[in-house]
Design a protein around this ligand. Structure first.
Ligand SMILES: N[C@@H](CCC(=O)N[C@@H](CS)C(=O)NCC(=O)O)C(=O)O
Length: 243
């Protein structure tokens, strides 16, 4: 293990991208510090990360932005417990699955959680760090801001029935992929499992996605396996998006 200082993860705590990085750190047994931001922290984030997005990590005088790049950095810096397969074909598969989680599943999360029946929980989650006037200012705007992001990407333009049908198909695909070895890629936990499980954890907070996952036993078993290896022991179910 490196003798450098502890990595510092700058994050929106509820972000599935931050969760993905934290799970890698837990799995690798790397001690780290966090700096949490609320929605009112965008200006502070921009000063440290010109892309103005979180998570980003500061370590050994470097700033690394984007969860995918952070994990590649962690893999190089702490290679002891690998999360990126050595085999080129498996590594390519893991990379594609990770990108699918980040760029497709994420927008199902934004779409479904901005629906009126889910938006109170979404608002509560996103305002975890915001207090006072900023909280009151953002509160009524959040579902619309999130729905606009999902609309811009496209998933948010689809009717509810199509969105539910598509996410159910994605859950079925996950079940098929984990059937033989227990893992999405190859026969070990990889970054692919961590990226998809992180998205499933937040998707679970949408009533409809939670109900569909509840009818996917192989997916639930696989999530338990991933959680056992990548979350602190004994994390209660309702804290799995946050630790
Ligand atoms: N590709 C990035 C996505 C990060 C991302 O979209 N973060 C969101 C929070 S979940 C964010 O910073 N949004 C602020 C913005 O878009 O201005 C990653 O993997 O880290």
């Amino acid at each position: 293990m490196t003798s450098m200082q502890r990595p510092v993860l700058h994050q929106y705590q509820v972000s599935p991208f931050a969760a993905k990085v934290r799970r890698c750190l837990y799995f690798k047994g790397v001690a780290f510090d966090t700096v949490n931001y609320g929605l009112s922290g965008v200006r502070k984030i921009k000063k440290l990360n010109p892309r103005a997005k979180a998570p980003f990590m500061v370590h050994g005088g470097r700033m690394i932005a984007d969860s995918t790049d952070i994990i590649r950095y962690l893999e190089k810096t702490y290679p002891e417990k690998r999360l990126i397969p050595v085999d080129a074909r498996l590594s390519a598969q893991a990379s594609l699955v990770e990108d699918w989680a980040d760029e497709s599943l994420y927008f199902f999360d934004l779409t479904m959680r901005s629906w009126p029946n889910n938006s109170a929980l979404l608002t509560e989650d996103l305002l975890l760090e915001d207090k006072g006037i900023m909280r009151r200012l953002f509160q009524p705007l959040i579902p619309r801001i999130i729905a606009r992001q999902a609309y811009g990407q496209g998933t948010g333009r689809k009717d509810r029935e199509s969105v539910c049908r598509e996410i159910e198909e994605h859950f079925r695909s996950i079940e098929i992929l984990v059937k033989d070895t227990g893992w999405l890629v190859g026969d070990h936990l990889s970054v692919a499992d961590i990226a998809v499980a992180s998205m499933c954890t937040v998707l679970d907070r949408a009533e409809e996605a939670g109900a569909l996952m509840g009818r996917a036993p192989a997916l639930l078993d696989w999530r338990e396996r991933v959680d056992d290896l990548t979350l602190p022991q004994g994390t209660p179910a309702d804290q799995r998006a946050l630790v």
